[in-house]
Design a protein around this ligand. Structure first.
Ligand code: PMP
Length: 439
């Protein structure tokens, strides 16, 4: 609390009123040794200022949406314009058509889309639609992938690939966990076993095409192609959760990113979106093949609705954000900055003898305190959480803000500069030295 007395005081006060002092558990410092999280007051471009006046270079990017940087003038203007015209109508607007058109152009597997308010809602609804379309109930998902906080996706692996899941949260009935099978990522053997056992009951295989939730993890060549082929052979749909990945690496989804293994061989039946497409305001969306999407009310029997869905402020911010991302060279610049930063981190960790594995995909990367590769959840868990916590706190004290979890990625934004990278590498060099010293 030395540098952050006001955050410490606000945390004490927050605990009196807000459960755990935070409105999402990922914001607490529980995974990095506890204590007060930093209360931020203002953000601009690549920077945060906390309530004590400390400045931070931000690599959290609000867990992904802030790819244009904080308070990007085009997004601010779009939100102001939307607010002046009324924030919520409860009627259709032309803006929604414009946004839907843009998403379809960028992600052609979606013939039809529907806007919702969060990634959680988007994934939850794709599952309902897949169940309605196939008349089946079970879903298969992959260990360590996060798909929001609806009941069906908060289910952990049972004791093997062909066993049913167990609730990953209190309050989830075992009957719901029994509708879910969780198998290891990057391992077609597990999926094959699950499909052999349960294939006739499986409505969908749900997958993050590039993992963003136990680090950034690429699918091995052939993995996604195998997932899609095996799902289809079993009569199940394929759902891509692109809540983190869409518009992250290029202007489009991971599913049509040319540098991506199997991208030409695969097309999901349904896709869930969120985060970046709202430009920092709440949003989610899902879409897919026309015949499947026609299950959704008012056309079909699968119900989904939303008072706030497609609201003009979120849609306007999203359109402005996509405009920023359409500018030439934007993704190459984030790629180059991230490459420089990870080169610096690797060199510094090696110099201090700190084992470090970095998984980088364009402008996003994860740092794993271990000497082995990280290709699945078990490997991501088997890393040094205490070393990460020490690094995280040392970086915070040197003005660099990361997510308080060893599993989360660092995100570059349009706003980061070469000078920010230099400053971050210097902070990291001192931080790795402290980690090596066991401080
Ligand atoms: N899917 C993925 C892949 C995510 O990363 C997240 C959020 N981290 C979600 C779904 C849930 O999105 P939201 O927090 O907007 O509900």
């Amino acid at each position: 609390t030395g540098r952050r007395p006001t955050s410490a005081a606000l945390y004490e006060e927050a605990l009196q009123h807000i459960v755990g002092g935070v409105n999402s558990p990922s914001r607490s410092f529980k995974a990095v040794g506890g204590g007060a999280p930093v209360f931020m007051k203002r953000a601009q471009g690549a920077y945060f200022w906390d309530v004590d006046g400390n400045r931070y270079i931000d690599y959290l990017a609000a867990y992904g949406p802030i790819i244009a940087g904080h308070a990007h003038p085009r997004i601010v203007e779009a939100i102001a314009r939307a607010a002046e015209s009324g924030t919520l109508y409860g009627t259709p607007t032309e803006l929604e058509i414009e946004m839907a058109r843009r998403l379809k152009e960028a992600i052609p597997s979606m013939d039809k889309v529907r806007f919702v308010n969060s990634g959680t809602e988007a994934v939850m609804t794709t599952i309902r639609v897949a169940r309605a379309y196939t008349n089946r109930t079970k879903i298969i998902k992959f260990s360590g992938c996060y798909h929001g906080h609806s009941d069906l996706v908060l289910v952990a692996a049972g004791s093997g690939p062909s066993t049913l899941g167990i609730p990953d949260s209190a309050g989830i009935p075992i009957s719901i966990a029994h509708e879910v099978i969780t198998v290891p990522y990057n391992d077609l053997g597990g999926l094959r076993q699950a499909l052999e056992r349960w294939g006739d009951d499986v409505a969908a295989v749900l997958v993050e095409p590039i993992v963003g939730n136990f680090g950034m993890v690429m699918p091995k060549p052939g993995f996604l192609e195998g997932v899609c082929r095996m799902a289809r052979d079993a009569g199940a749909l394929v759902i891509y959760d692109e809540v983190i990945t869409a518009f992250r690496f290029h202007y489009g989804g991971a599913q049509n990113f040319a540098a991506f293994p199997d991208h030409a061989a695969i097309e999901p039946d349904l896709t869930a979106l969120g985060k970046i497409i709202g430009g920092g305001l709440p949003i989610g969306a899902y879409g897919g093949r026309k015949t499947i999407m026609e299950q959704v009310a008012p056309l079909g029997p699968a119900y989904q609705a939303g008072t706030m869905a497609g609201n003009p402020a979120s849609i306007s911010a999203g359109i402005a954000c996509l405009d920023v991302l359409r500018e030439p060279g934007v993704y190459d610049r984030m790629d180059a900055l991230a490459a420089r930063l990870t080169d610096g981190l690797e060199a510094s960790a090696a110099k201090h003898g700190v084992p470090l594995t970095i998984n980088r995909i364009r402008g996003a990367f994860s740092t794993h305190f271990c000497a082995h590769p990280v290709t699945n959840y078990a490997e991501a868990q088997d890393t040094d959480g205490e070393a990460f916590a020490a690094f995280f706190r040392a970086m915070l004290d040197r003005g660099v803000c990361l997510a308080p979890s060893k599993f989360e990625a660092w995100f570059l934004t349009v706003a980061h500069t070469d000078a920010d990278i230099e400053e971050t590498i210097e902070a990291a060099d001192e931080s790795f030295r402290l980690v090596a010293a066991g401080a």
